[in-house]
Ligand binder design. Structure first.
Ligand SMILES: Nc1ccn([C@@H]2O[C@H](COP(=O)(O)OP(=O)(O)OP(=O)(O)O)[C@@H](O)[C@H]2O)c(=O)n1
Ligand SMILES: C[C@](O)(CO)[C@H](O)COP(=O)(O)O
Length: 229
């Protein structure tokens, strides 16, 4: 497989994270989270370029058109993450073919490890695509509306989904369009692909790859970034 482009959905509002701006622009160790994510990904030898999907009023990049010597382009996102991903896939340059694999990675996951990306590419490529994730390790409870535990669910065969997620460009575009036509908002690319009949490969990745979601996650991301710098 040749080098791949990476689509980065970065058009969210970051409501759960709070703060005076969307979480991808809040500072971690003095720099916007999105810059950390891009810097890390740009060091991966198999990644050829970046399509960063931003909000319409976003002025973060200005005239910047490359990072680490790799091209960086932007597209305008939509109301849901899946809309933003589809917009990014549609805006990829002509050099990216329909059958080429693309990586989709949350701007809000700055601590992704490069060796995990390598394993995802090597393992998921030959089977049509897949995603990083981790098997559930804690006991799983079903709660009622008042947070009383009413049942213990089996955890076997249950995974948490991370990004990157890697699929062929045309397969993923078709799957996202099918979901949209059915009025379904897929939480991730794998969900859209599952609905379209695929069984994406789950590749176990590091627990470092947190999605910064709540205010407490910023300090954890800073710790993880410093540890692996
Ligand atoms: N319409 C959207 C919604 C989300 N995202 C991006 O998708 C990633 C993962 O989404 P999530 O963590 O849910 O981000 P937000 O939607 O911004 O968070 P919240 O639900 O707290 O508002 C983030 O990088 C976010 O910027 C996007 O590009 N377009
Ligand atoms: C794609 C994702 O990061 C996989 O865990 C996640 O589904 C997106 O964010 P959300 O918190 O589920 O909105």
């Amino acid at each position: 497989m040749d080098a791949l482009w990476c689509v980065l959905p970065a058009a969210g509002k970051g409501v759960r994270a709070g703060g005076d701006r969307p979480k991808q622009y809040q500072l971690i160790d003095g720099r916007p989270m999105l810059d950390h994510t891009l810097e890390r990904l740009s060091a991966h030898p198999r990644i050829a370029g970046f399509m960063v999907v931003i909000a319409a009023d976003d002025r973060h990049f200005g005239a910047m058109d490359s990072i680490g010597g790799k091209p960086l382009k932007t597209a305008i996102g939509g109301g849901e993450r899946s809309d933003s991903v589809l917009a990014g896939l549609m805006a990829l340059p002509a050099s990216v073919g329909d059958n080429d694999f693309v990586l989709v990675h949350d701007a809000a996951r700055p601590c992704v490890r490069l060796d995990d990306i390598t394993r995802l590419i090597e393992r998921a490529g030959p089977v049509g695509g897949g995603l990083l994730g981790a098997p559930l390790r804690d006991t799983l409870k079903r709660a009622d509306a008042e947070c009383h535990s009413v049942a213990t669910e089996p955890r076997e065969g249950r995974w948490r989904a991370f990004t990157p997620q890697m699929f062929r460009r045309s397969d993923l575009m078709r799957a996202l369009r099918l979901a949209a036509e059915a009025g379904i908002v897929p939480g991730d690319e794998a969900m859209a692909m599952e609905r379209a009949g695929a069984s994406p490969l789950l590749v176990e990745g590091s627990e470092d790859n947190i999605k910064v979601t709540t205010p407490a996650d910023f300090a954890l991301a800073e710790f993880l970034l410093r540890r692996t710098r």
